[in-house]
Design a protein around this ligand. Structure first.
Ligand code: PLP
Length: 342
């Protein structure tokens, strides 16, 4: 910072950078509110924190303790569900995966599954958000700064609602094979907060003018994208997804595998399978797509500068996209929980 006339309380004086000390919490709060006062629409209408023991509406207070094991050691797991048209889509499937991740990360929840579920639904209701994402975390909790979490007496649960408008993806994107090493199966199958490889992988793609990337393992088999699964339509019209032993089992991929047999019954697809697929087989596919909660399906038309099929958005891809989209906006009650807005 070079301009000492701006609003920052930190002052630079003759090259001697003096750090401001906040004299009171009210002064600090005022500073935090200053930041949010210029924001036209608050993107995070509500947060839950088990540390506070309630729902927070003030964005300036949506914070996590610095001694939380998730903050300084990455000892936390998370998940994301979608809010669409005032319904929570597949909340229970996300919650099940969340608790499986927590168990593998040796984090016990401070609440029962039904209490977690109730908190998430109440939070969404209070947020008044009808379209967005509901992101939630379980952490080993605050305590100390050591490696072991034995000094963290109580685990912590955080959740936030984020406004976001969704629409069906109809344009195709380009992808690259990631050069960032992929995670070992233990870490890839647990949805934990260590997303540095995922972050670098998507940034690598953006730097190369691609939308995102695809991980291929050392043996040459296709794995997944940095926050999505991948799916293919083979030349003989089979829907194939790489098997999930070593990657994250996506909730959307799982649902797609349940819905896609309808196209087999209609004679449009020849079959639906999860199996190992080499990069060469993937690049030879007729159609390719990303599959993930916030998409839910995104056509891929080029991989490493090579066209996929005829380099146009595939017909079967769009039929699968319609199946998922219809499920999100008008699917059965088991998939969609109505949010009891107040
Ligand atoms: C690494 C990774 N793979 C796949 C997915 C897709 O999972 P979902 O369909 O549950 O969003 C995600 C997103 O959660 C992810 O982070």
């Amino acid at each position: 910072m070079t301009d000492s006339s701006h609003k920052s309380p930190e002052v630079e004086n003759d090259g001697d950078f003096r750090v401001h000390v906040f004299s009171s919490s009210s002064e600090l709060l005022e500073k935090l509110h200053e930041k949010w006062s210029s924001v036209e629409k608050q993107p995070y209408p509500a947060m839950y924190s088990s540390i506070y023991g309630g729902i927070i509406l003030d964005p300036a207070m949506m914070v996590i303790p610095i001694d939380d094991h998730m903050v300084h050691r990455g000892h936390g797991v998370f998940d994301t569900a979608i809010v669409l048209d005032g319904y929570l889509y597949e909340l229970d499937v996300h919650l099940d995966r969340f608790l499986r991740s927590a168990s593998k990360a040796k984090i016990s929840s401070p609440f029962s599954r039904s209490s977690l579920r109730s908190i998430l639904i109440q939070l969404t209701a209070v947020s008044k958000c009808k379209s967005g994402t509901l992101r939630f975390w379980l952490s080993a909790g605050p305590g100390d700064f050591l490696l072991s979490s034995t000094g963290c007496p109580t685990s912590a649960f955080y959740a936030v609602v984020i406004h976001h408008d969704f629409s069906q993806c109809k344009e195709g994107v380009k992808v690259i094979t990631s050069k960032i090493p992929m995670k070992a199966p233990l870490f890839a199958t647990v949805k934990n907060v260590n997303y540095l490889p995922n972050v670098l992988s998507v940034m690598e793609a953006e730097e190369k003018g691609a939308f995102s990337s695809v991980w291929v393992d050392e043996a040459g088999y296709i794995a997944e994208g940095p926050n999505v699964n991948v799916a293919f339509i083979t030349q003989d019209k089979e829907l194939v997804m790489p098997s999930f032993e070593n990657i994250l089992l996506g909730c959307t991929a799982k649902r797609l595998l349940e819905l896609a047999p309808k196209l087999v019954d209609e004679g449009l697809l020849k079959g639906v399978a999860t199996k190992s697929l080499t990069m060469a087989q993937g690049k030879d596919a007729a159609e390719m797509m990303y599959v993930g909660s916030t998409l839910p399906l995104l056509p891929i038309i080029e991989w490493d500068d090579q066209p996929i099929g005829n380099a146009r958005v595939g017909e079967l891809t769009m039929l699968l996209s319609d199946l998922l989209w219809d499920d999100m906006v008008a699917g059965p009650d088991t998939q969609r929980i109505p949010v009891p807005y107040v």
